[in-house]
Ligand binder design. Structure first.
Ligand code: NDP
Length: 484
């Protein structure tokens, strides 16, 4: 076997992204009816840089009264927005996309400061993909009758949208763009730890001239989200987040007329067959689990390697892990940034402890970690089985559980033996194997010889405890329409 030995040959000089151009306010208010307004609660909470523990800004906490104001403004705006010629709606959405592009660097830096993700990922993935979603759905706005032939598509009304902290701007784009393209109006609640880029998006929305009340952005924690879910004048709840909160939301809205889509957790299987291009597969494993510190719903957190190549794959994987740079999210060399919050770090560490206690063999690459901030070195576990908690439960961090398999039927059964059904990856030279697995794996998305690839035209969503409904593509439009 030829070893990659990456760690021994490469050393990088610091390459810090400048923050000079970033203009942040000390305090951010709620964005309701086209204006920034003070919260009725009079309360603000801190948003913290997870790499330095510094407070970046204060964010308004919306209460029941604020939610009511936001929903009322969305309801009033719906009357005219839904009747506006679709071509006019498209122009606004297109303008928002262009403005995100123009301010891409600023958004990328703020995303990395607020959320801890490596700047390389914010620049190359989060921000361009967010702009692309607005472009894509701007294109569909005046073509809905061609998207759904022989039907008359109508908007649902006011959508309450709740998003998580792992891809803050991108999740906001996934929610807002298709909803308003279809003629709905929205009230969006970002996650407590990463509200900044949604509020920056509110600035863009204001500048774009989008009619008042079409998009309202209300910040706060879980209680604010619950007020939105329970508001009686909401037509649809679009939620992305954990399975536990998804289940709570479903209980709250059962028996009401509210429509819903729930995009929930995952525990993706990444499957390496002996005939795969092994070096590429190793790179794919790294990308599948360590992208965004593993804070990815579709992360390939369960690795299945065919027994005959397991030794080779694991050795190369450990070697590649030792070359990953953990550190300042604003350094362009960084591969793994900061864990999003102290709470999330505690969850990850809890699972690492459980993994060890249950008999798993741990490997963590060596890295020097700053005393300030929240950090977790890339971690893998060997000697684990289907019954281990770290194999069954979502950790949402840079922790990989590795198992082996001998036959294709065995790996399909193991991969499907999970409460989740969001994503999977298959690495093989054989197209026939790929087709068999894409049909038999219980996952909303299956990547072949790649991982974590996203496109606005491609639907994304899960089965089982990973939720229901799709975002992206035509499926993403359908979730915001009713048909006559
Ligand atoms: P949470 O479920 O904790 O939170 C998601 C959002 O819901 C946040 O805005 C949160 O507010 C809010 N919230 C919390 N409690 C309630 C409540 N009772 N009623 C209404 N809203 C509430 O998830 P995380 O933010 O921790 O995100 C991680 C999870 O998201 C993972 O499980 C991941 O797999 C999943 N996810 C799924 C995706 C998919 O497409 N399937 C994509 C991305 C992530 P606050 O943060 O302020 O507490």
């Amino acid at each position: 076997m030829s070893k990659l030995q990456l760690n021994k040959s490469w050393k990088y000089a610091d390459a810090l992204e400048s923050t000079d151009h970033i203009r942040l306010k000390e305090k951010y208010d709620l964005f309701i009816n086209g204006a920034f307004v003070k919260p009725n609660s009079k309360k603000y909470f801190d948003t913290i840089n997870p790499a330095t523990d510094e407070v970046i800004a204060k964010i308004a906490e919306a209460n029941k009264k604020d939610i009511d104001l936001a929903v009322k403004s969305a309801r009033i705006a719906f009357k005219s927005w839904s009747k506006l010629p679709a071509k006019e709606r498209a122009k606004y959405i297109f303008r928002i996309a262009r403005m995100i592009q123009e301010r891409a660097k600023e958004f990328a830096v703020i995303e990395s400061m607020d959320g801890g993700k490596p700047i390389r990922e914010s620049i190359n993935v989060d921000i361009p993909l967010a702009a692309n979603h607005f472009f894509y759905y701007a294109g569909w706005a005046d073509k809905l009758e061609y998207a759904f032939p022989n039907k008359i598509p109508k908007p649902l009304g006011v959508a309450g949208q709740i998003i998580p902290w792992n891809f803050p701007l991108l999740m906001a784009a996934w929610k807002i763009a298709p909803a308003i393209a279809c003629g709905n109006t929205v009230v969006l609640k970002p996650a407590e730890t990463t509200s900044l880029t949604a509020l920056k998006l509110a600035e863009i929305i204001q500048e774009s001239g989008l009619p008042k009340g079409v998009v309202n952005i209300v910040t706060g924690a879980g209680n604010t989200g619950a007020e939105l879910v329970n508001h009686p004048d909401i037509d649809k709840i679009a939620f992305t987040g954990s399975t536990n909160v998804g289940k709570l939301i479903q209980k709250c809205i059962s028996g009401t007329k509210k429509k819903s889509t729930l995009e929930l957790g995952g525990k993706g299987a990444n499957i390496i067959f002996e005939d795969a291009a092994i070096d590429q597969a190793v790179e794919g494993i790294i990308n599948a689990i360590f992208f965004n510190q593993g804070h990815v719903c579709c992360a390939g957190s369960r690795l299945f390697v065919q027994e005959s190549v397991a030794k080779d794959v694991i050795e190369k994987l450990k070697d590649r892990m030792s070359s990953l740079i953990v550190g300042n999210p604003l350094d362009k060399n960084t591969d793994i940034g900061a864990i999003n919050s102290k709470e999330q770090l505690a969850t990850i560490n809890k699972y690492i402890k459980i993994g060890k206690k249950e008999g798993g063999e741990i490997y963590q690459s060596k890295c020097s970690i700053s005393k300030k901030g929240n950090w977790c070195p890339p971690t893998l576990f060997l000697n684990v089985s289907q019954s281990h908690a770290i194999v069954q439960e979502e950790i949402f961090g840079p922790v990989l559980a590795i198992q082996t398999f001998r036959t294709i039927d065995e790996v399909i059964e193991k991969a499907n033996n999970t409460p989740f059904g969001l994503s999977a990856g298959v690495w093989t030279e054989k197209g026939s194997k790929i087709f068999k697995l894409t049909q038999e794996l219980n996952a909303g998305v299956v990547w072949a010889n790649t991982y974590n690839k996203f496109d606005p035209a491609s639907p994304f969503g899960g089965f089982k405890e990973s939720g229901f409904g799709r975002e992206g593509g035509l499926h993403g439009l359908k979730a915001y329409l009713k048909f006559e």
